[in-house]
Design a protein around this ligand. Structure first.
Ligand SMILES: Nc1ncnc2c1ncn2[C@@H]1O[C@H](COP(=O)(O)OP(=O)(O)O)[C@@H](O)[C@H]1O
Ligand SMILES: [Mg+2]
Length: 254
């Protein structure tokens, strides 16, 4: 039986808001709950891979080799196992991939074609960590996924910029209802700026039910990333917060 995975993009046009952190922790959290998960690192900086302790010495082939027409490479050759139930598809030369995608006439079908075979690999979830800003790569990702997760840093500039994501979807003629979850990140209840912006987010999304509980700002999250560990392996308090989000995702799709 073919079991199509549920496909998520973790997206925000801003950098440094926690996209890679949240991608990794949603992916690993889902895996810890017994789901088979593939994390695709589509950001030029490879932070998602690094946060899992994987550097470019740990793999030979990447998503780039699937795009590079001179190579005859199978998808399975580019995927590595990084934790129980969790696989990773790394990437490199994302700027070259982007240029390559500019030439494609059907950007909406390109990933379906390049990642052909993924449906027979028995994944339950596919999580794609996106780079910041609009790009052909992100266009292709958004056309490929079922749903979008948007991390938002709890500070004014980030909260104000949420509208850009809706604009982006509208320009691609995609349905804004693809946004399944907005995750406030780096919340610090001791600062009034954090409290005020959290309040603003609640008001903005009062009509909908897709605002998640905030993830607190904790030094241990940064430390874990630098050590190549997830918070499930390093910090119980943050682990609890991420698990809540993961359980919510699972129950939304049950
Ligand atoms: N809740 C948090 N508390 C503390 N540091 C965080 C938190 N979320 C992310 N970070 C740190 O902030 C930096 C940027 O996060 P990252 O996930 O790389 O953002 P993006 O992918 O959006 O650029 C990283 O060093 C990461 O460890
Ligand atoms: Mg990132």
């Amino acid at each position: 039986m073919i079991n199509e995975p549920l496909k998520y993009a973790v997206l925000n046009n801003k950098g440094g808001v926690g996209k890679s952190t949240i991608s990794v922790h949603i992916a690993h959290g889902l895996a810890l709950l017994g789901n088979k998960v593939l994390l695709i690192d589509m950001d030029g900086q490879n932070d998602a891979s690094l946060f899992l302790g994987i550097s470019d010495q740990d793999y030979k082939k990447t998503f780039y080799d699937l795009i590079n027409k001179r190579e005859d490479v199978e998808l399975s050759e580019c995927i590595i196992n990084v934790r129980d139930n969790l696989d990773l598809l790394p990437s490199k030369h994302i700027d070259i991939i982007n240029t390559e995608f500019y030439r494609e006439s059907r950007i909406d079908l390109i990933l379906k074609e390049k990642l052909q075979g993924i449906n027979t690999m028995e994944y339950n979830y596919l999580i794609i960590d996106c780079g910041p800003q609009r790009s052909k790569v992100n266009d292709a990702v958004l056309c490929f996924v079922d749903n979008i997760i948007v991390p938002v840093q709890v500070e004014s500039a980030s909260v104000r910029a949420i509208g850009n994501i809706y604009e982006y979807l509208s320009d691609l003629r995609l349905n804004p209802e693809m946004i399944e979850l907005i995750i406030p990140n780096m919340y610090d209840q001791r600062t009034s700026e954090s409290r005020e912006n959290m309040q603003l987010l609640k008001e903005l999304f009062s009509e909908s039910n897709f605002l998640a509980e905030p993830i607190n700002r904790r030094v241990k999250i940064t430390e874990a990333g630098k050590l190549g560990k997830t918070v499930y392996e390093y910090d119980k308090d943050s682990a609890k917060q991420f698990f809540k989000i993961v359980e919510r995702l699972v129950s939304t799709n049950a």
